[in-house]
Design a protein. Structure first.
Length: 233
């Protein structure tokens, strides 16, 4: 996902946190037999959607977003309110670099389940890559309202702010990510880059040195550290 980070190992693990409860119809006026038949029909439909979703999740984990997208669309055709399929559709479209469509899918997921943090982060990522950084920040902030210690959102917010050349704000976002995940290598590296952009070279050196403590084989950090040391003479 370009520079963005979910902070989760696999698509299937990501989507495991998204609930999709069955919405039962009002049964007060139904006979017991009719109510039982209606509930059984809904349960069967949900099971079918779940089976298809598992298939799509496996395709995503196998690096086949286009094929997964077709399955997500199949689910949504039968069950337009299946939250996990909207979320999956957003990720698949993002991986296909169809960022505006991805944002629309994530937006639908947030409408159906407003407290779904991963959807707000996905929305922020898609909006940023679609050229709407201000809207992306709004999405990230909504996610952070729900989960203030979400490391991945702080990191992604830092990337967006850095792209907007709001370096001081980006530094604060990376600092938050590091506060909750002290060995977050990419956050330390980005912190060093931002400090260099602020011409705080000695602090940038310290950040790159910390990056290399976490991963001594990071070639970008090694190169940046060499340049920074020359900069300060």
């Amino acid at each position: 996902m370009s520079l963005k980070q979910l902070g989760l190992a696999a698509f299937s693990a990501t989507l495991a946190i998204a609930a999709n409860p069955i919405q039962l119809p009002a049964v007060a006026a139904m006979t017991t037999a009719a109510a039982q038949a209606s509930i059984a029909q809904l349960a069967q439909a949900n099971t079918q959607s779940d089976r298809l979703f598992e298939q799509a999740a496996n395709l995503m984990d196998a690096g086949k977003p286009a094929e997964a997208l077709a399955v997500f669309d199949q689910i949504l055709k039968a069950d337009p309110n299946y939250v996990k399929a909207w979320l999956g559709r957003g990720f698949a479209l993002y991986d296909l670099n169809r960022f505006k469509e991805s944002a629309t899918a994530f937006q639908r997921a947030t409408q159906l389940q407003p407290n779904l943090v991963i959807a707000w982060m996905g929305l922020g990522n898609a909006l940023d890559d679609a050229g709407q950084p201000e809207a992306a920040l709004t999405a990230y902030d909504r996610g952070l309202q729900l989960e203030p210690k979400n490391v991945a959102i702080w990191f992604n917010k830092g990337i967006t702010l850095q792209g907007m050349k709001r370096y001081t704000d980006a530094l604060a976002a990376y600092d938050q990510a590091i506060a909750y995940a002290p060995n977050f290598e990419r956050a330390w590296f980005n912190r060093g880059v931002v400090l260099a952009q602020l011409k705080r070279y000695r602090e940038a050196i310290a950040a790159m040195e910390q990056t290399l403590k976490i991963n001594p084989n990071n070639p970008k950090a090694q190169e940046a550290l060499e340049i920074l040391r020359k900069q300060v003479g």
